[in-house]
Design a protein around this ligand. Sequence first.
Ligand code: CA
Length: 448
Amino acid sequence: MLRRGKKLAVLGMALVMTTSLFTGCGSSNGKTSDGKIEISWMASTQPQEKVIYQKIIKKFEQKYPNITIKFITADSDTYSQKLTAAASSNTLPDVYYVGSGDVRKWADNNQLLDIQKYVDKSKLDDMWSSALDSYRYDGKEIGKGDLYALPRSTGPFIMAYNKTMFEKAGIPLPDPKKPYTWDEFEQISKKLTKDTNGDGKIDQFGTGLAAQFSLQSFVWSNGGDWLDKTHKKVTIDTPEFIQAFQFFVDMQNKYKITPSISETQSLGGYQRWLKGQMAFYACATWDISTFNKSLPFDYGLMTPPVSPKTGKPATWIQSVGFGISAKTKHPKEAVEFITYLSADKEGNKEEAAEDLQMPNVKSVADSDYFSQTKPTNISEFKNAVENYGRRMPAEYTYTSAWYDEFFTNIQPVLDGKVSVSDYCKKEQPIMQKLLDDSYKQQAAAQKK
Ligand code: CA
């Protein structure tokens, strides 16, 4: 759970930054003593990733002998603090990470360079368009307009299953072409929820999903959403939303296919999955490295279950990108560099071979490099990005307080102590007010 939480905290980092910290900035003189153009890049990397990036930098410097890269690394716990400090002390590096949900904030505060006129579009043809769209911003909406960053990674959140458990129970493996309906998911989960050692206590569960990360898939598949199409109205009180949320809650309280509250307190869902005590668990690209190394069983990937109402799957995709300081002295060279980081095929292959992420380049994801990793049906990540992935609701709005509010008091609902429909009806006006505030704050920031 720690690793999962940590990673997501990094992804959402700039959401906690206050606008007052952004007061213009500048890189250093931007030249080394031998007259080369220096581009500084601050990154948080895993150890294997650092080695790969060092190789990519070397290759880049060979290709562009007039440019030298100053590579600054920070661990994921301190990265966002360091970046915030750099922003407030006008020492932002030329290149830094921008979460897909944070483009608007960095751009509105004149910290993030509009790279549209510098980027060589022909180098982006082979990249996931949904990932690129996360970094487009037209001053009003995300997903349209000029590019402000290029993807470093794209992480769709799908589902993993314990293949060994299926085989032991004689249950056919999930069909990659035909996702389970909610009913099928519930029935198979029920079959796999059992007391395996006869001590009267359940020790193997169908599933155990965290609402913060998995409820979206159920709601969207049922035709519901947190916002309407204009992104200005909170829609958690619609029948589609409430019905999906009800099914999610029923998994624990009615179907009893997930650990109870007290069972979760003794051992969390993530730990149970890792130990082989859970049939289905949520899985993102950043989990693959850990799963491949530490799972004591075979696993596979699958489409999240679909609502019987639409039959259409859905999930969220989160991306981290390479952005450039708006005050860089060398925009052209910095863009050249992030294009190389994002789209270099060899670098993409090496990262995929280390199970670090899904390639940004489509043809690399189609090649053997990605399919050689361990789980059955690894290509489900591609399927999600191409066919059913979406942005998180709060990525469309200036602040996320309205969305966070939904999850703040959700526990009694998950535990069956508060009714789903009462909760949604009570929360809708509270969230709507916070959303309205978000639009007011955005208008005020843009007037500056
Ligand atoms: Ca038992």
